[in-house]
Ligand binder design. Structure first.
Ligand SMILES: [Cu+2]
Length: 165
């Protein structure tokens, strides 16, 4: 389920105000699994990824990743996991109000998009192999319920970076 732009904007302000606090809160949230579950699908999903970046983390052990997945196909899909040499664990988080919740998948609706944004849904990278620095590019492999994995190179942006849309 997509988060409204208004909600994201409000949450982004909060996150900007206390990024380290928000990231720290991330690790301590309860991690109840929750999968969408899709019945039949008509047509196949057709995915493309854009706007991916990792925010340079204020600390060594945790970082957040953001991206958008566009689905130009007639079938829904789900982002089920992400792997990267940067972190031994990547979890999918949603944000409801100011609370983060770990989920087992994120929906990529048919003829729609999944957007991971600062203050909204995001990737949480923990057990980092090193602290990513601005200018670095990190490999991400995105795994989906239906589509083949997609591998991308993700730039590391300053902590204050916000994509313009
Ligand atoms: Cu989080």
């Amino acid at each position: 389920m997509a988060t409204g732009p208004g909600v994201r904007k409000a949450a982004a302000v909060v996150l900007t105000a206390g990024l380290s606090a928000a990231l720290a809160a991330c690790g301590s949230q309860d991690s109840g699994g929750d999968s969408g579950g899709h019945a039949g699908h008509k047509g196949a999903p057709k995915l493309s990824v854009s706007g991916a970046y990792v925010s340079q983390p204020p600390m060594d052990d945790m970082a957040a990743g953001y991206l958008a997945v566009r689905n130009a196909g007639g079938g829904a899909d789900e982002l089920t996991s992400v792997t990267t040499p940067l972190a031994s664990e990547v979890t999918l988080h949603t944000t409801k109000g100011n609370r983060m919740k770990q989920v087992s998948s994120l929906d990529v609706p048919a003829d729609g998009r999944l957007e991971l944004t600062s203050g909204g849904d995001h990737l949480m990278l923990t057990n980092l192999t090193h602290r990513p620095k601005v200018g670095e590019r990190v490999s991400f492999t995105l795994h989906f319920a239906t589509s083949d994995p997609i591998e991308i190179k993700v730039p590391v942006e300053p902590t204050t970076y916000r994509p313009k849309d």
